[in-house]
Design a protein around this ligand. Structure first.
Ligand SMILES: C[S@@+](CC[C@H](N)C(=O)[O-])C[C@H]1O[C@@H](n2cnc3c(N)ncnc32)[C@H](O)[C@@H]1O
Length: 294
């Protein structure tokens, strides 16, 4: 991904992951490992020939194959991410970060690593002052998420990845935000209540509407959660060329639903007084007591 301080990164470096984009906008993700050979649509080119080029260079391979070379932005990386499980796509990650209110310095729990697409977005959003704990039940998914984060984001000393069954409990306390992306998030709700601080936010991501119903029912039934909202996000790309300006013919019509809830206290309502009552009580407290008749 494009590093935050890109000025000293204007040229391609050994070990960079880069996208080769051909004239038909097809993308090929490759790593510029010194000594390796980059296989590109039939051509084999030593990686050294790309290392040191300016990012964004146009290269010609053979007679007529041309490729633009760029480090992938986050949005470009995720569709190309090595994976064994489904990822959340950038179209939904944007709203998740905003409606989940992920902020720099936040303490975040992520349930279900998959290949680490959301983990990377969370690490970028919380910054070095934040803390992310990700849990996943499968060792192979943990390994893939770890490899992807290391390869595409770099060192993440503020990230812990633990293999555990979230349906049995969550190994953390006092987080600001929890993001849940696994098949039965309603099983995680009672555990989430234990670990999210009052005022915190829970976000669930679900592909089907029966899952949404089960999660929302569980949140409504739990006195530790309120303000439940359900949304989906539609993103339509446009074709803009010469006088042909219109929506693209194809779009990804459905990915998943986003459910957001706030962690609230379960205590009984605290009686509060109106401004008038407060004023009256204050006046009574300072008013001189009537002297008893002598
Ligand atoms: C769809 S993937 C998550 C994808 C991830 N959000 C991303 O954007 O890359 C769901 C993950 O939940 C994990 N999972 C399923 N059941 C689980 C459980 N009981 N406890 C923890 N993780 C679980 C799976 O192993 C899988 O990696």
């Amino acid at each position: 991904m494009t590093p935050p301080s890109a000025s000293d990164q204007a040229t391609l470096q050994p070990g960079d992951s880069v996208l080769f984009i051909d004239q038909k906008e097809r993308e090929y993700i490759r790593i510029l490992r010194p000594g390796s050979v980059i296989a590109l649509r039939g051509g084999n080119i030593p990686a050294e020939q790309f290392i040191g080029l300016a990012e964004g260079s146009l290269v010609q391979v053979g007679q007529d194959e041309r490729f633009r070379i760029l480090r992938p932005t986050y949005a470009r990386l995720i569709p190309n991410l090595p994976r064994q499980a489904q990822v959340i796509y950038p179209k939904d990650i944007g709203p998740i970060l905003l409606w989940g209110d992920i902020f720099p310095g936040a303490r975040v729990l992520e349930v279900g690593s998959g290949p680490g697409a959301l983990s990377m977005a969370l690490l970028r959003a919380i910054g070095p002052a934040g803390h992310l704990l990700t849990v996943d039940i499968r060792a192979d998914h943990c390994k893939m998420a770890r490899n992807n984060v290391k390869r595409f984001l770099g060192a993440a000393p503020n990230w812990i990845l633990a293999q555990t069954d979230a349906y049995q409990g969550l190994p953390v306390r006092e987080v600001d935000r929890v993001l849940v992306d696994l098949p039965e998030p309603w099983q995680v709700v009672p555990h989430a209540r234990e670990v999210v601080r009052p005022g915190g936010v829970l976000v669930g991501y679900l592909p089907t509407v029966l899952q949404v119903k089960s999660l929302v029912d569980a949140l409504h039934a739990d006195p530790g959660f309120a303000c439940v909202e359900v949304m989906e996000n539609m993103l339509r790309f446009w074709h803009v060329k010469d006088r042909s300006i219109r929506p693209e013919h194809r779009m990804v019509a459905h990915t998943g639903f986003i459910v957001v809830a706030r962690r609230v206290t379960e205590a009984a309502a605290i009686q509060v007084k109106s401004e008038k009552q407060v004023r009256q009580e204050a006046q009574q407290a300072v008013a001189p007591q009537n002297e008893p008749d002598s």
